[in-house]
Design a protein around this ligand. Structure first.
Ligand SMILES: C[S@@+](CC[C@H](N)C(=O)[O-])C[C@H]1O[C@@H](n2cnc3c(N)ncnc32)[C@H](O)[C@@H]1O
Length: 228
């Protein structure tokens, strides 16, 4: 579910203030975050996934672990929900820092699993059951386990986050987790996960179709690049 407009403007406005001038959105996906970040932005992804949301920005096909940019050449790097997908997340962070000029910053969010939610145990149960069935999750494969891991490469980061209420039914959460294209490594048969979701919903103690208000937190760490 997208962020409400006001929360998005607040979050992306604050992030933008750390990313002066031209920034790179590395692992941009279809560009939904890029569309919110705005400003002078270059999108980069390992595959050309650009959707209409971000078609106005220049796009570079490239690898987060070998950025095709000179050292100290951009004002900032934005990495949203990417580190769990790359072959070497430490290298991707080092690359991000390399291309940022002094005065700029690297902004990182590890994304989905990090938000607090009353429905998080249901979503996590789908992920855990899937892994037990041998279906490889895109998360926890080779990504950082938390922001402490990111800090170990980039130093202490500044927390930038927004929290907002969101309404989801348990069914939406379970079905989304079972079929989410970014949650599972591509090329696998995800159909057993639908049965997992149905079973977990049958065991859920509340009405699976009753919307639940829960707090969603989108959390970033921003790593300023000093003169080193
Ligand atoms: C979960 S999506 C996140 C998309 C977007 N940043 C967002 O937050 O909506 C992860 C993206 O990382 C890209 N990606 C994976 N490995 C990459 C790599 N080595 N270099 C650049 N992008 C990569 C994928 O193609 C995918 O678009």
């Amino acid at each position: 579910m997208p962020m409400p407009g006001e929360a998005a403007r607040d979050l992306y406005g604050r992030l933008r203030s750390f990313l002066p001038g031209v920034a790179l959105d590395v692992g941009c996906g279809v560009g939904s975050v890029a569309a919110g970040l705005g400003g002078p932005l270059v999108l980069l992804d390992a595959v050309d996934l650009r959707g209409p949301l971000a078609s106005d920005f220049p796009f570079v096909l490239g690898d987060a672990c070998a950025l095709p940019f000179a050292s100290a050449s951009v004002g900032g790097v934005h990495l949203a929900r990417v580190l769990h997908h790359v072959s070497d997340w430490r290298l991707a962070l080092s690359e991000a820092r390399r291309v940022v000029r002094p005065g700029g910053a690297v902004a990182v969010t590890l994304g989905g699993r990090m938000f607090a939610s009353a429905l998080a145990p249901l979503r996590d149960a789908v992920f855990e059951e899937g892994q037990r069935l041998g279906i490889a999750g895109a998360h926890h494969v080779h990504g950082p386990t938390g922001y402490e891991d990111v800090d170990s490469v980039l130093g202490a980061g500044e927390v930038v986050e927004v929290a907002f209420p969101q309404f989801d039914t348990p069914r939406q959460v379970a079905v989304d987790a079972a079929g989410h294209p970014y949650a599972w490594l591509p090329g696998q048969d995800l159909s057993p996960l639908q049965a997992v979701a149905e079973r977990l919903l049958a065991e859920w103690e509340a009405d699976p179709d009753e919307p639940v208000e829960h707090e969603r937190v989108i959390s970033y760490r921003v790593y300023a690049r000093g003169n080193d």
